[in-house]
Design a protein around this ligand. Structure first.
Ligand code: GLU
Length: 384
């Protein structure tokens, strides 16, 4: 892995709100100038750098002098619009000092869930990198916060996931998530003084025993969202580093392979092309819960999903939309493009395949599967 990091050609760097702004809500200018100069150095070494920057809402809140701890949605969106402007001013001016041009990209989850937009965006990114431009990316909060959590195809909810999707989409070699803690600990370090920093995670099984509580101490996105982001990156063949952006020279030291405090998460086997979009980027419109027999068939035998193994259908999706496939404990096994609508799937759940056409009153008798293997991504198949 060390060799891959030293030679990493394309690096996505995510700066969390706590890194971008100071405790009083103002821009952490000195810290940002230092991080930007490290980015410029990485570019001089012949690498592509893409920045995903949070901080717009926090910055806007300070400028508008909004002191209440909880803001209404529209207030947050207004803050994002004000803060984003100031953020970009700093990035543009600071990168210019290193003769580098920046571009602002404000994205919504729809830009990833809609395949055509997803493909277009990829081309734009590639062109920007060809031009030697530094893309500075944030979620388009002014239009997307409203949908948070309601539909998994409409909002990222946090910039950790956004940064992982950008890394995945662009076949990056490395994703660096900078926050205000040194990485993933065995326990919450605030409440457990003997908590130890985990230097490397080679497989996600390792994380099962770790309590990822202490959301507030880990910042807005929380450590759980960073682990989720690392999973997306990992299944796209991208290594991830979670480290503190308060550590001096962190970007250069990490990319030179020096021993730095942080948690490295190793890349797994990359999910190929269209399946990567299906399994990681598209989001999903509903959930299909399967029993143990179906789980075994999907995970170990590479089977298609048959109606007999379905025990529950959640949500209201249409045919040929994407669903999340979960076991009875709510663990997501993968995702797939489903042949039937939620209503139809409920009618055939638990039934034999031969019954599909009869139950649904379909003329052609070819219907045997609910999700065909070719339209299915099972995550475990890509773990090393
Ligand atoms: N987009 C938000 C902002 O710029 C940050 C979201 C996050 O921290 O994950 O303030």
């Amino acid at each position: 892995m060390l060799e891959n990091v030293i030679q990493a050609k394309r690096i996505v760097i995510k700066l969390g709100t706590q890194i971008v702004i100071q405790e009083d809500g103002s821009l952490a200018e000195d810290r940002l100038h230092s991080l930007i100069s490290q980015c410029a150095q990485l570019v001089c070494e012949g690498r592509n750098v893409l920045l995903v920057s949070s901080g717009a809402v926090g910055l806007g809140r300070q400028v508008l002098n909004l002191k209440e701890p909880k803001l209404a949605l529209a207030e947050k969106q207004a803050c994002a619009a004000v803060g984003q402007n100031l953020l970009m001013d700093l990035y543009r001016e600071s990168f210019e000092k290193h003769q580098l041009v920046t571009a602002q990209l404000l994205l919504t989850a729809l830009d990833f869930s809609d395949r055509q937009r997803y493909l277009n965006l990829k081309e734009t990114f590639k062109k920007l990198l060809d031009f030697g431009v530094i893309p500075v990316i944030n979620e388009n909060d002014t239009v997307s916060i409203t949908e948070i959590q309601e539909d998994k195809t409409k909002s990222f909810g946090d910039n950790d996931k956004l940064s992982a999707l950008v890394a995945s989409k662009l076949d990056a070699d490395l994703l660096i998530i900078l926050t205000n803690v040194a990485g993933i600990y065995t326990q919450n370090p605030l409440t457990h003084p003997d908590a130890a920093l985990i230097p490397i995670i080679e497989g996600f099984e390792q994380l099962k025993e770790i309590g990822l509580d202490g959301k507030s101490m880990y910042g807005r996105g929380g450590m759980a969202t960073k682990v989720e982001a690392a999973k997306i990156a990992s299944m796209s063949g991208v290594h991830t580093l979670i480290a503190s952006g308060l550590t001096e020279n962190i970007l250069l030291d990490a990319c030179q392979g020096k021993d730095i405090p942080g948690t490295w998460i190793m890349a797994q086997n990359a999910i190929p092309g269209r399946k990567r979009w299906l399994g990681l980027a598209s989001g999903y419109n509903g959930v299909v819960v399967v029993n143990d027999g179906a789980k075994q068939a999907l995970v170990s035998k590479g089977a298609s999903l048959l109606p007999i193994g379905i025990v529950d259908v959640q949500g209201d999706f249409q045919s040929r939309q994407i669903v999340s496939i979960q076991d009875e404990d709510g663990i997501e096994l993968g995702r797939g493009l489903i042949h039937f609508s939620a209503q139809e799937t409920r009618q055939i759940q638990g039934q034999q395949s031969q019954e599909i056409s009869k139950i649904l009153g379909l003329n052609d008798l070819d219907h045997e599967v609910v999700i065909h293997r070719d339209n299915l991504v099972i995550y475990q198949e890509y773990s090393v």
